[in-house]
Design a protein around this ligand. Sequence first.
Ligand code: PMP
Length: 385
Amino acid sequence: MSDKNVYADANATFPVRSQHYEQVMSLLATSDGNPSSIHARGRDAKVALEHARTAVASMLGARSTDVVFTSGATESNNLLIQGVIWKAQKPGFLPEVIVSGFEHPSVMAVVALMAERQLCKVLTAPVVDYVVTTGAVMSLISDATVLVCVMHANNETGSINPVYEIADTVAKKNPSIHMHVDAVQALGKIDLSEYAASSIHSASLSAHKVGGLKGSGALYIKTGTKLGLVIAGGGQERFRRAGTENLPGIISFGIRCQELLGQQETFTKDMAAAKMQFIDGLKNIEGSEVHGQPAQTLPNTVNFHIDRVAGDDLLLNLDLCGVCASSGSACSSGVTRPSPVLLACNQSEWVALNSIRISFTDTITSSQVEHILSVLESVTSRVRR
Ligand code: PMP
């Protein structure tokens, strides 16, 4: 990629390398049967499926039988949250769910829907200094708590939450409370190999955030966890998620996990250097402010705003100059709304509407970072004039 063609939106989706498509195609060529068929073709597909399952499980230090393949992390979060809430239903009891204030919509919208249907009550743990604290979660625990959802790393700010500490503390208080972690943005960038040995009960993963194909993901569920069934049908995925498996997506996810296993330092080395270079460069832009402590954010993510410079203006100019970046603000029906994540982080409406997220891939170069900074500088100086 040239300096004028910069992809800095890895947290939205991580580009698939052409060589990866070739790897997937060559494996698929020998395993395109239905993994549920008992004939030779089916068995070949089953081998490929289980090979991928082992690779994904290894990322979490887990057994392959604890991994359920899904259509992505949105589905994984749905299967888990709905599954726990359905399982907890009993007459005269309203289960309580604790979520952090800046979970992804695939968590927030699901718990809201379940609450609207009077299947649970939702309590929100506030975000303080861009992270969720153990104290904030513990202060909401009651005898009715059945589920705690805290993401490992936030997709917009990159903030890393103390999920092991939260899981341990919750487990000490009441081991029957289910601790779920959305690990989508952490995968590949943070070592997650302690998950299976920790007090975390389940985790959502997505292939396309680590350079795999879109529409594929996984739900890790600790052995022995009982969930209400959400997608009923055939007996695939050990009766935990019906439907013929998306073999191309799963093979792709398996290949990426195999490549990334134990490699997070190598994978993130250049991103981390680019992040620090970018944060240093921002210091020269008057009115810029980075959200969150760099030491407590993902190695590839910088969320920031520039005082009195509209986020749209920055994004549009970045795009015109060949830079793909994103804002946290959601746009629907032509109306841009402030980022719920930044509002949850106690930022003002203006900041939540005008912030930018830069999220680097592993191919980022120093001159590309310079290019991004120069675009930001020129927009800012034009606005200041
Ligand atoms: N959780 C987080 C933190 C995410 O960033 C995303 C993707 N934006 C999801 C869940 C949903 O993943 P998918 O696109 O695989 O449904």
